[in-house]
Design a protein around this ligand. Structure first.
Ligand code: PRX
Length: 683
């Protein structure tokens, strides 16, 4: 990305005027306090929440230095709380039970629903009681594989209420991916739905979940129940079916029950299960360091890591980042477009907003269905004031020009957030000028599944922003840049982006594999948490995250490891070896460019290419479908056998400037690879 545009944009005045943090002086003062006296800083914040028991031990304790022993992070030792209680009961008891928690907006604009905090509390208690009756207890893992419907929020909060651990798997993952995650977590219950329309496409969730359950069964992992939401009968089928013919009746509900396979020993309809169940369920009081959820993220070995977050610190951090980054006020309507299946949805669709008693839009659909103005139409409909989306969505919508945005009165917007990947200055400017009418504050929020919440971000009432920079650390976060030797780069410069101490929301371990946690994040630079990203600090101290410096790539804001895709490809019998690299992509940010070396006797046919793409879709999910597939008669390897990926990245973009290749065992392979490049636009 370019760093050319260093124009500074001051906070929108209407935001600054009422902001929780309305100047850089205030930010600096709060930031300094958060580092000098974390106990006082976070202790004050904790007073806004319900703790059944207060801290009895150290407020914060940790070791970040692997050379001194085991890595650990603990916040608020001895305190007891429940995050579900703080998201629901606390507000209902304060008389806010009738307040809208979510405006649910379906895939089809004809489908919409409103749900209040009071209604959610009752439904959460019912589902919590259903889980308890099935024997789900504190510490048990519950897998969730659902569309963006209110039952997903209910499910996660019900699990949290009884002290179990939710493991949500994004509804775009394949059966194999769901099974891998359920096996790793040893999940005893699965919560899913019959199916969902995503745009004009039908995703048969239960069918996929059933395939995953078969894998679990074959591996002797006992799943006690598959709780199924009957969703399809309540929603409108797409106006044009997937074969492109209009069905002529937009209000038609989808009849789907007859298509759902049923396993009577295992499957339970949600609506039947909750029917005669009490809407009262006392929360389980949890130690602050008890697990709250795990969420899998890609790992460079190809095996996903179960990132584990705990109750107390995550709660404080989700709530506080939401309040300050979006400068949330009670009359706001907030809309985060992320799926709850990703960390952004966990923290900024469910927990952050609900802990703040916010009113949000929960959107089931996609930005371009049934038309390309869907986001703007929703913003107008609910008078959304705070909006949070990903650069890939901004770039995709930018392509259609300004007119689809201008058609709607979206002047209610005052803060626009961005997340998931570096935002290029062009997209930033379009977001600011066209979506925000140059009268908003933009928050480019840098964070990770592992960090639990924003760690580098502007504050919309305080920070003068530069397009493409995530600006400054959030409260409690101490940033450092290190060079290859681990020496700190002070002032202007570039290096590995690391953090010197824990903030409350940082992950605590990799589920079932603490050693992997230590190795992945703490081994390279003892004393620091290593993000895996590179960053530059400019002369004014602004942080510019430049992207991953490991074998991860970021497709439409979703992290994938090259190893994960390679292992899917080599499962095909025709493939002897494969190497996958990232190639820049105008909308997705990055896309997958795959090199495959074929086993003797195979031809690189169109049919094989289709099979290989499908292989990746079934092993991982449709969002990981490769954009480019190239035949590689050989791969560029050093004499010790290591693939020189930078050469592959150059070939992928047609750039012959690949630097020193003298260490390659066979330098002539580079020219051969060039000759096999697929034609542009052809996979
Ligand atoms: O490379 C960074 C990029 O996304 C990675 C984290 O991905 P994930 O755990 O899936 O979480 C995404 C949502 C928080 C980071 O290591 N990334 C995320 N936000 C930004 C970003 N890169 C640059 N700027 C951002 N604002």
């Amino acid at each position: 990305m370019s760093h050319g545009n260093e124009q500074i944009f001051n906070p929108a005045e209407r935001v600054a005027k009422i902001s929780h943090c309305s100047s850089m002086e205030q930010y600096k003062q709060m930031y300094d306090k958060s580092l000098k006296d974390p106990e006082a800083f976070w202790g004050d914040i904790a007073k806004n929440f319900h703790f059944e028991q207060n801290v009895t031990g150290k407020f914060m304790d940790y070791n970040f230095d692997i050379s001194k022993g085991k890595i650990f992070i603990r916040w608020m030792e001895g305190a007891k709380t429940n995050i579900c209680y703080n998201c629901l009961d606390r507000h209902v008891l304060a008389g806010k039970g009738d307040q809208v928690a979510f405006y649910w907006e379906g895939n089809d604009p004809a489908d919409a629903e409103v749900v209040t905090y009071g209604e959610l509390l009752k439904e959460v208690c019912r589902v919590a009681n259903v889980l308890k009756a099935k024997g789900v207890a504190k510490g048990d893992r519950v897998a969730i594989y659902m569309p963006m419907i209110k039952e997903l929020v209910v499910a996660m909060l019900a699990v949290a209420r009884i002290g179990a651990v939710h493991s949500i798997v994004f509804g775009g993952y394949s059966a194999d991916s769901l099974a891998d995650r359920m096996l790793d977590a040893q999940a005893s219950v699965l919560i899913t739905a019959d199916a969902v329309w995503r745009g004009a496409k039908l995703i048969a969730l239960k069918e996929i979940a059933d395939d995953a359950l078969k894998v679990c069964q074959a591996k002797n992992v006992k799943v006690k129940m598959s709780l199924v939401v009957q969703h399809m009968k309540n929603v409108t089928a797409p106006q044009a079916s997937s074969n492109g013919t209009a069905n002529g009746n937009p209000s038609k509900k989808t009849h789907f029950d007859d298509k759902v396979g049923w396993n009577s020993g295992l499957d339970v309809w949600w609506h039947e299960a909750v029917k005669d169940v009490s809407s009262d369920c006392p929360p389980e009081w949890m130690d602050t360091e008890d697990p709250l959820f795990m969420l899998y993220t890609s790992g460079s070995t190809g095996k996903p890591k179960g990132v584990l977050h705990t109750v107390g610190g995550y709660m404080l951090y989700a709530a506080t980042t939401f309040k300050y980054t979006f400068d949330y006020h009670p009359d706001d309507v907030y809309f985060c477009t992320a799926d709850i299946g990703w960390i952004t949805g966990h923290t900024y669709v469910t927990y952050g907003p609900m802990l703040n008693n916010a009113t949000s839009v929960l959107f089931e659909g996609v930005p371009t269905y049934p038309h390309i103005g869907r986001f703007w139409e929703i913003i107008k409909k609910y008078k959304v004031s705070k909006f949070y989306t990903a650069p890939t969505a901004i770039r995709a919508l930018m392509k259609f020009g300004d007119e689809p945005v201008k058609k709607y009165d979206i002047s209610s917007l005052s803060v626009l957030g961005s997340v998931g990947e570096p935002i290029n200055p062009e997209a930033w400017m379009w977001y600011y000028q066209i979506v925000g009418d140059s009268n908003v504050s933009i928050a480019d929020t840098f964070w990770q599944t592992e960090t639990g919440g924003h760690v580098i971000t502007p504050l919309p009432g305080a920070t003068p922003t530069k397009p493409g920079s995530a600006c400054f650390p959030f409260f409690g976060v101490e940033v450092a840049l290190l060079d290859d030797e681990g020496k700190e780069v002070k002032g202007e410069g570039e290096g590995y982006l690391v953090f010197r101490r824990p903030w409350p929301g940082i992950m605590r371990t990799v589920y079932g594999n603490h050693e992997r946690f230590e190795t992945t994040y703490f081994k390279k630079f003892p004393g620091f948490y290593c993000t895996g990203d590179g960053a530059r600090r400019d002369k004014d101290g602004y942080i510019w995250v430049t992207g991953r410096i490991d074998d991860m790539l970021n497709v439409s804001g979703h992290l994938l490891s090259t190893a994960q895709v390679e292992s899917a490809l080599v499962e095909h019998p025709a493939v002897a070896e494969s190497a996958v690299v990232a190639r820049p992509h105008a909308v997705k940010g990055e896309c997958l460019y795959c090199y495959v070396t074929l086993a003797e006797g195979n031809d690189f046919t169109e049919k094989l290419i289709v099979e290989l793409r499908n292989k990746v879709r079934t092993k991982i999910g449709a969002f990981a479908t490769p954009d480019y597939m190239q035949l590689a008669p050989g791969l560029p390897k050093t004499r010790s056998g290591k693939i020189m990926r930078r050469v592959l990245r150059k070939v992928a973009v047609g750039d012959r400037d690949f630097g020193d290749i003298s260490t390659l065992a066979d330098p002539s392979i580079v020219e051969v690879l060039f000759q096999h490049r697929p034609k542009e636009g052809k996979v």
